[in-house]
Design a protein around this ligand. Sequence first.
Ligand SMILES: [Zn+2]
Length: 415
Amino acid sequence: MRKKPFFHMVRLLCCLALVCSLIGTELTPALAVTQTEINNLKDDAGDLKKQVKELEKKLDALRDDRSAAMQRKNLLDEKISATSQQITNVEEQIAKYAELIAQSEADLADAEAREEAQYELFCQRVRAMEEQGTVNYWTFLFRAVSFSDLLDRLDAINEIMAYDQGVINDLKTLQTEISEKKAGLETNKADSEAAKAELVSIKSSLNTQRSEANQLIEQIRANEAEYKDTIEDLEAEEERIQAEIVRKSKELAAQLAAQGKDQKSNPGGYIWPVDSRYITSTVGGRTSPGGVGSTNHKGTDIGRVGYTSSIYASKAGTVIVSEYSRSYGHYVVISHGSGNTTLYAHMSKRIATVGQYVNQGTVIGITGSTGNSTGPHLHFEITENGTRINPLSHGAKPQKGYLSGYTLSGTGVSK
Ligand SMILES: [Zn+2]
């Protein structure tokens, strides 16, 4: 069939209208999760990577300096924190990719259904054309009885041809859309797989860092004489912290009393701060080998907690300390009244913040091995009337309001 410029124009306009309408639909975001969100996460990931690299540099600088062993531990704790954040970040990326993939798949299924319908329409038109024969257009035109009749007939043919061309264009556009969507989906899947591989590698790096950190403290404890100053420093730090805790709990009680809210010291009434009931070290004793010089352990160590267990407020109160120290690592202190406090040490992550009121059982942190610790455990202290006491129910009669139902490591004694 010979094409006239006029037909070209009609087709062009038709295509244009079609393309415009398609562009219009493309502009409305159909996806709830966008690549932008993932890109933002990737930006954060870049910052974290930089942070880890900087910490590595600092660690290298201290590598052979024995007196700086404790400083290395602090930096390692920081690096472990940053690495844990990287893990959270990559896990978020993977979750977003999963959402994006699910949405893309639904989108693709929809486009394929539309393509099928359009293809059916196309087949119908082809059958109609076959039945009529294209030559009929010309026969139809030649039957015109006047010039105006010819123009009317020309219009009619244009409409039919434009419609047919529209059907074909729609089909082509849909096919392009589908192949683009498929390619996009494949890219998302590949990116998601890459993120999963990265997660595996970061997790293994985290494990390495954790054992390195634990070994560092083991080394210090094993070479007690060599690290005498470091060990004394740590004990002095714990005593400074204890004095500060007593002072702060009194200060808070005075503040509350001034506001007419009497916060009386109310000993007892504690619950287990973790789900584990496995005691590795008790107050006054050191059952763990290579103890830090002192046989006078100030707290209770609860083991078998790993690096991801929740730590609960043993009793309701106000958080008076939430910070990092060389001895306690990440630790939190809650005041339950003047001279009555609980302390939770060696956390991998602190959740409670200073000034926050927590109910009994509120999650205040996650277990870990930060500070002066050779493995994941919770170091738990209770202070009553300004003095550290034994949190475990002991003696012949069970002490109500203190921790019972535990197993002592090594002895196998259960109480
Ligand atoms: Zn301890």
